[in-house]
Each structure stands twice: as C-alpha cells, then as structure tokens.
Design a protein around this ligand. Structure first.
Ligand SMILES: [Fe+2]
Ligand SMILES: [Fe+2]
Length: 479
C-alpha cells in the first residue's frame, strides 16, 4: 500500500496497515467507543451536533495532507498516521549513535519508553478537558472553529500515542490507554500528570496564551521524540508536529490580535485607559504572558536531571532538531553553565551536558517564544506606542527544578519571599484581572463579526473569507 495515503474505508482510519494485525485492530476497536464516550462527556460542551469547517489528514505528505470540510465533531475521523519509515534508518544520538534504529521496543528500555509515551499522551486529552467550556464565549466563528480544530487534533494525538501503547506494550500498554481516559484535568482525585494541564483555561486570553506557550512546549517535546532511536515513536511524533504548527499559529496570532485591538483603542496615547472602551490593557496582557510562560517552562523538568541524561544516553529522546542543530551527538565532553542557588546566592555551576538536556530543550523553546514577542512588539511600534512586552526570566515563578523553592523577580534576581509576595500582583494575572477578562467574554456567532476586545485575523482559514460561516449550527438551543 502507499504509505502516504490514509485508508478511510476502515473503522479506524490509518496508514499502518492495521488490517493485517487483527488482534491489534480489535483491541483498538474496543478502545474506540470509550474514546468517543470521553469525547462526548469531556469534549467541547454544547457543539457536538454542529457542522464545523475542519481539516482532516488525508495523507502524510509534507505538502497538501489536509482536506477541509464540514464535520460534526463526534464524526471526525480520528486515526493513526505515521510518516513513512526510512530504509536503513540509523540512531542519531546517544550511546547507540550510528547503530540501526529500532522498529521494536528494546526490552531493557521498555518501562522508560512507556513512561515517556504516557506522559506525552496524557497532555493531549487534558487540554481538551481544560478548554471544554470555551466555545460558549467564542469571540467569533473563526475563533470557534480554530478552537475545535485544536481540540479534535489533540484527540488525534491521543490516538497517535494510544496506538503505540497498544501495538508495542502489550497488556500494560492497553491498561495505560484506559487510564488516559480516566484521569481528568483539574480532578483532585485523579488529576492529569503534569501540573499546567490541571490549570483551568477559563477565558480566551488564557486559551491563546496556552496555545502559544503550552502547546509550544509540545512542539519541543515532540521534536525531541522525533529524534528517538525507536522509529515508530519518531514517525508518529513527526506527523503530530505538522498538526501542532496550526495550534501555535492560533495562539500566537490570537494574542497578537488582542494586542492590535488594544493598540487601536489607545490611538497612539501611551496613557490611554482602554477599560472604559472594553479593551484589555497591555499590562494585563503582560501578566497573562508571565503566568502562562512560567507555568509552561516547568514542563521541561529539572535543570539538572539524571532522567534526562538517561533518556539521551539510551537514544530514546534527543535534543530539538538533533541532527541539524548539533554536531556532537554523544554529548559526552561538553558542559552547560547553569545558575543555581547555593547558600542564598545565585552562582554558576557547570553541569555535564547530558544532565542538562532539559535545559538545552528549554533554551530552544525560549528562543522560539522570543520570536513571537518580536512580532507582538511590532504591533505596538506600528501603533506608535512605547510599551513593550517581555518574557520574564526563566527563573521567575517556577514550581519545578532548581528555582522552585526560591523567589525571583521577572528580571531573574533572587528575592526574599516577603518582597516577592508584595509585588506578585504587578507580575502575575490577579483574580481582578481574570474577573475583568471574564466580564468581556461574550459569544459572537454572526459570520464576520468579532468581539470588541479582539481584532479580526488578517485572513481566513484555507483561503476562505473572514466572514465565512466556519461553524453551521444545527438549530438546537444554545445556552
Ligand atoms: Fe497535541
Ligand atoms: Fe497542540
């Protein structure tokens, strides 16, 4: 069969010749109704019968893999899509550098690999759960559609990971797949694994920040896994990355449109107060950035990590773009300087590079975030405003790693807790900020109309007009 094309005649669309492995196919077909139950109960609330202009993958070619059409979300064709296997693929980093890549799980790495996959998998349904009520306050049909596109694709990413668990990890893998539908974002008894995936996303500015900063962690985690010596994981995550790009676009341009609208209301006056006009003040946006950026930084794990060293040594998880961006793929000789707190002072410590792999990935992530900041600031400059957004220092407001038990200003200076607490409200979105943003949220479902607090996008989806009916309602009552 042609690997780049996806078989849609099957109950589970796939390009992995699922039909040839009946046991696996049956196991996944048993999981499928549980997934759909989860989608109906934990997915977007109130829009399951509506027709949404969604893209669906029809091939894994880099160009033109997407097909756009109106789909009811529960009818979305979630499936299993891997990029084609490379003949003769070699391992690109770690202790196994240069050896044949693995098509099966190496027995001695089974548990570690399962843990890596489950941790990634858990984030996918989590974000759908976190975002389930947002449709009810969508600022436009364009945004509503984008939210749902992100949601169905996160559901597909869950499928991507569950396929690996079922196919390569036997009964334990199947049990993990069940548990992925049982944990719930924010549930105190059975929360999602990683902290930021339990945080509520209660308004659209939070959603855009989440898609900008937290989905971007996904880009870098998936990028590191796309280098894995375990080829099925590499091939799965490569295709996920192509879908992920749209999520990042939604986040980055979403924040950008809020900034553009606020700047428009400020009309060149740095002291203008946009609250009476129903706009979102720039300093409030900065506090949202500080919150979501710092929460997302925690996802990369500890600055100094022997787990990260093990993942790299065992050729399971590389660095971002390992092959193209790095030369020494064993990473045995170099070190990385990491500022750490010792005796109440911040001092530089050199850490063997393998132990600093999380920090290396965090470096790549921060550099990527900076690019968006440049674009956002360009909006301010164009509007003749002097305000500029900044990313807080990586040590600010951390709950994981070296800096978790200390207090740092957004500039990265060590502070004592009292002083920090006294200024916390200047730096992080306060309950007042959130209440104000919440007060602006309204559901706008007239094609081409946008809520007052956000500018329209520059263009529509898939060359459609901005006032295209991106969602067609089925006529039932809307709450
Ligand atoms: Fe995802
Ligand atoms: Fe995503």
């Amino acid at each position: 069969m042609d690997i780049s094309n996806i078989d849609y005649s099957e109950r589970i669309p796939n390009n992995v010749d699922l039909r040839s492995d009946r046991r696996l196919q049956r196991a996944l077909e048993r999981w499928q109704p549980n997934y759909l139950d989860w989608w109906r109960s934990m997915g977007p609330e109130g829009f399951q019968e509506d027709h949404v202009y969604l893209r669906t993958a029809i091939s894994v070619d880099a160009k033109g893999w997407a097909h756009f059409d109106y789909v009811k979300m529960p009818d979305y064709r979630w499936g299993i899509f891997l990029t084609p296997s490379e003949n003769d693929r070699k391992i690109a980093f770690g202790d196994h550098l240069g050896r044949d890549a693995w098509d099966q799980v190496p027995g001695e790495y089974r548990n570690l690999l399962r843990r890596i996959i489950v941790t990634q998998a858990d984030t996918e349904p989590a974000s759908v759960e976190q975002q389930r009520l947002l449709g009810q306050t969508a600022p436009s049909l364009y945004d509503l559609r984008n939210l749902f596109q992100v949601n169905v694709e996160e559901g597909r990413h869950l499928w991507a990971m569950v396929y690996l668990l079922h196919r390569y990890f036997g009964r334990e893998g199947r049990e993990e797949a069940e548990e992925l539908l049982e944990r719930q974002a924010g549930n105190p008894d059975k929360p999602r694994i990683l902290n930021v995936f339990n945080e509520p996303i209660e308004d659209w500015l939070s959603f855009f920040c989440f898609a900008m900063f937290t989905d971007r962690d996904g880009k870098f985690q998936l990028g590191a896994l796309a280098e894995s010596g375990f080829s099925p994981l590499a091939r799965t995550t490569r295709f996920m990355l192509t879908e992920e790009a749209h999520h990042l676009f939604v986040g980055q341009t979403g924040v950008e449109r809020v900034i553009r609208r606020t700047a428009e209301m400020m009309n060149g006056d740095d002291d203008a107060n946009v609250r009476p006009l129903g706009g979102i003040p720039l300093d409030l946006i900065q506090r949202y950035i500080n919150r979501w950026f710092s929460l997302s930084l925690d996802l990369f794990g500890s600055e100094v990590s022997s787990n990260a060293a093990t993942f790299f040594a065992q050729s399971l998880k590389g660095r971002f773009d390992e092959t193209r961006r790095h030369e020494d793929h064993r990473a045995l000789d170099e070190g990385l300087i990491i500022p750490v707190v010792r005796g109440g002072k911040l001092i530089n410590e050199e850490v063997p590079l393998r132990k600093a792999m999380n920090e290396s990935l965090r470096d790549s992530y921060i550099a990527d975030c900076e690019k968006a900041l440049v674009r956002w600031n360009r909006e301010l400059k164009k509007a003749k405003l002097t305000y500029r957004f900044t990313l807080p220092n990586r040590r600010f407001h951390r709950h994981q790693g070296e800096y978790a038990d200390h207090f740092f200003s957004p500039e990265g200076d060590l502070m004592d807790e009292m002083d920090w607490r006294a200024r916390e409200d200047e730096w992080l979105a306060t309950s007042d900020d959130r209440a104000y943003v919440a007060s602006l949220m309204e559901c706008v479902i007239e094609p081409g109309r946008f809520a007052n607090w956000i500018a329209p996008p520059k263009r529509g989806i898939n060359n459609q007009a901005i006032d295209h009916a991106y969602v067609k309602f089925s006529g039932h009552d809307r709450k």
